[in-house]
Design a protein around this ligand. Sequence first.
Ligand code: NAD
Length: 378
Amino acid sequence: MKQLTRRSFNGLATKGLLGSAFLANMPLANAFTTNKNSKKLGVALVGLGSYSTYQLAPSLLDTKHCYLAGIVTGTKEKESVWQEKYNIPKENIYNYENFDTIADNDSIDVIYVVLPNSMHAEFCIRAAKAGKHVICEKPMAVSVAECDAIINACNEHKVKLSVGYRMQSDPYTHEVKKYVGEKTFGDVLFVSSDAGYVSNGNPNQWRLNKKLSGGGALMNMGVYAIQTSIYGTGQNPISVSAQEFSTRPDYFKDTDETITAQFKFENGAVAHMMTSHNANGNRLKCHCSKGWFELDPAHSYGPISGRTSNGDVLKFPHKRQQALQMDDFAKHILLDSKNLAPGEMGKRDMIIVEAIYKSIREGGQEQLLSLGDLGIVV
Ligand code: NAD
């Protein structure tokens, strides 16, 4: 067989040309060692804030199919700290200005954008133009138009794209999807979900600055409740109505504090979600025609916990969700396995976010949605 270079291997994988004939007879471990360098995909983190520092970088020590190969930071002092801690070669360290030259670095396969929300589109598009696969943190961007721009750039440059929806790789989410798909408890009739925490920190943080965040609780935590409403029913909503509540306007000057929203689904199911920067919430409950099941907590870093009306307590071994998520994306790139959190899922959620804000502006008016199966992964 012709020897594949790392770049041609990734290029073929991206184009879906590493067909089943090539891979069917090859154990997974061999598929990852096609040449001496391609044992694991190299990931570069862009933005070394708290999520990169405390979750993603430690998780990359636990991944099987990718590793921390590089960093992109706007803070000079972080370079040597990270270089030393994670043994990162000097040539794999970039800043926001020289970032585009990463195109010439064959040891970086995937760029993971972990910046404030309003910077996602710019850096994801630059990553795609550099020919690198892209993971974009949630929320995918601050508008549907930006989501489209990211998706188009990744398509144009033939790179793969996923959103940092770690819950899509969590075994508890898979179990919920199984209950819904197999109607284990009958038809899901009503879903209740909430996602929030009490924000008391620096009032000048980027999450409370609309220009940088795109919005408040809804953009930050609300996407989790949107996601649970969807995988809790197994379908996209056909309409949404929403309300906003403000009790601390001095602190939440620029962004939403608490939002509730109700979804209708084509089969008659209904969902209610709550998201807040001023109340804790971390729950999914699905009420069905023959019982119920719930996750509580439902979307923290884990371990997640779940129960059903049968008296069962869900129990899965705890693994870092971020490690599972990045390995799932690596397998998607290398083996064309399912993309569990494609760009279309991030775009779908942003369409819903925009509809929720519109409903609030219009005094709770129901907004019709024509999402079809956009972003549904079964
Ligand atoms: P953070 O504030 O801790 O870090 C932000 C990083 O961006 C910092 O390194 C900062 O220096 C850099 N930055 C560059 N330009 C900036 C600017 N103009 N203003 C502020 N910071 C700037 O934030 P974080 O918690 O690491 O969040 C980063 C992204 O990750 C966000 O999109 C967030 O929604 C997402 N996130 C996802 C999860 C998850 O569970 N999937 C969890 C936390 C954060």
